[in-house]
Ligand binder design. Structure first.
Ligand SMILES: [Zn+2]
Length: 461
């Protein structure tokens, strides 16, 4: 009898509700690092499926695969949320060269920007004019731009510690360069890749034409940073050199796709929702391992890790794998729209879409009051070298939940290497470090655990 009583006491001692937050979080990290699933899932997504451009067969396969994996976890509910997505296809590989004198050419590495039109006929060949930004177009005017290709060559700012800030400061050239240059009669645009290092890989990414009529849309491509440097140097020597590029991309009709959703239903407050997610679509040049396969598998593992260590959430926790972040944000928009229609109250949403690198912390989009509550949890993360708790943006896919969710947050991994891979052909599984990926999953699970336990009411802890 005495022995039984001791065993009973031991059992109670192991009960998760009797544990301190420190102990539970330790268990989360332990489980992720010794028995994580994120790496195995990402291996499949990257190597068995590959790039998952919206509307592609691979995107469909990724929906089926992740749904099946979530089904196997024994969650309370797993379902697909229909969403229509744009379908842009790259077509045959792009080709480009610099021509110094007729017949004397140097080939360079380019790729079409997402949503761009193709070059008509056999390609575009014209004089090329370099600018450092959209502002310069007005100074040059139609006189100097008409009939030429505009070369946007402002590099990402190297001395910013957050490479996302550097990206934010340069990406207008990619997004709006073609739209603006077409107003001055340009026949195409070439944009320096959003990459802080010098290499030979062109980085794609979305652009848009705004309200420019279809007949006046000009093709846009990214050029590798090495070739941007070469082109710029050649232009300093001779303003009359020509540039040729050819691309066959096309915008096809929209197709049906899905957000993939899994849920553990809350035991006490099932009507309060917590979302954790990433985006399942990716660009097509690489395998979308960092962007954003990593965020998807980490989010899936958040629910599995909590289950694995016996946490019974009070609130309903959902993993959402959003479709079409890269060229439309349709999945994020749809999820928020349905949540609003159903009157679902989201208290917290967390996104991982900054690569699978060593986690440093989170940025929070919430009231000052709630942020100070969140700061009380910061010491719990100290043993895991998680120190970055700042107010700021969260993630593109959960952005539309603003106004519904009280707190939005983004996982902030170390960003120094992210733009070496972002939207380029080297965003593949070999660029992923298993431990870094697992640390990210654990860090997310720990924060979700705390939000589930304490909620977002200020006096509640
Ligand atoms: Zn992304």
């Amino acid at each position: 009898m005495k022995q039984l009583a001791i065993i009973f006491c031991l059992f109670i001692g192991l009960n998760i509700s009797a544990q301190t937050d420190e102990e539970t979080i330790k268990q989360i990290y332990h489980t992720s690092l010794t028995n994580g699933k994120s790496y195995e899932w990402l291996d499949y997504l990257s190597n068995q499926i590959g790039g998952r451009l919206s509307g592609s067969l691979n995107a469909e396969r990724a929906v089926d695969y992740t749904k099946a994996e979530l089904d196997s976890l024994g969650l309370d509910k797993v379902w697909l949320q229909p969403v229509m997505v744009p379908r842009w296809v790259r077509g045959a590989p792009e080709y480009a060269y610099i021509e110094t004198v007729p017949g004397k050419t140097t080939t360079v590495n380019i790729c079409a920007l997402g949503s761009s039109v193709a070059t008509l006929g056999g390609g575009v060949k014209a004089n090329i004019i370099e600018v450092k930004g959209i502002d310069e177009l007005a100074t040059l005017g139609r006189e100097q731009i008409e009939g030429k290709i505009v070369f946007f060559n402002r590099p990402m700012q190297a001395d910013l510690i957050s490479t996302f800030s550097a990206y934010g400061g340069a990406v207008d050239q990619r997004g709006a360069g073609a739209k603006e240059a077409s107003k001055y009669g340009a026949v195409g645009v070439i944009v320096r890749s959003m990459n802080l290092r010098l290499d030979d890989l062109p980085h794609t990414g979305n652009m848009n034409y705004g309200d420019i009529p279809a007949s006046q849309r000009i093709p846009a491509a990214a050029i590798s940073t090495n070739d941007a440097e070469l082109l710029s140097a050649m232009l300093t020597l001779d303003k009359n050199i020509k540039f040729f590029f050819r691309q066959n991309c096309q915008q096809l009709s929209e197709v049906q796709s899905y957000n993939v959703i899994g849920q553990i239903t809350g035991s006490e407050f099932p009507e309060e929702y917590i979302v954790v997610g990433g985006h399942l679509d990716s660009w097509d040049l690489g395998d979308g391992s960092h962007d954003d396969g990593a965020g998807c598998v980490q989010s899936m593992d958040v629910l599995r890790l909590l289950k694995e260590i016996g946490v019974k959430p009070k609130r309903s926790i959902r993993v959402v794998l959003f479709m079409n972040e890269e060229n439309g944000l349709r999945g994020g928009t749809k999820y928020a729209e349905v949540a609003k229609q159903k009157g679902e109250n989201h208290i917290f949403a967390l996104e991982s879409d900054s690569g699978g690198f060593t986690p440093r912390g989170f940025s929070f989009d919430c009231s000052d009051e709630l942020f100070s509550k969140v700061l009380d949890w910061k010491p719990l993360f100290k043993p895991y070298l998680i120190h970055y708790f700042e107010k700021g943006g969260s993630g593109a896919d959960i952005g539309p939940l603003k106004g519904n969710a009280e707190v939005l947050a983004g996982l902030r991994p170390d960003s120094q290497r992210y733009f070496d891979y972002h939207h380029a052909s080297n965003d593949t599984f070999d660029a992923i470090n298993k431990r870094e990926l697992e640390l990210g999953a654990a860090t997310m699970a720990a924060l979700v655990y705390l939000f589930d336990k304490y909620g977002t009411s200020i006096n509640n802890h």
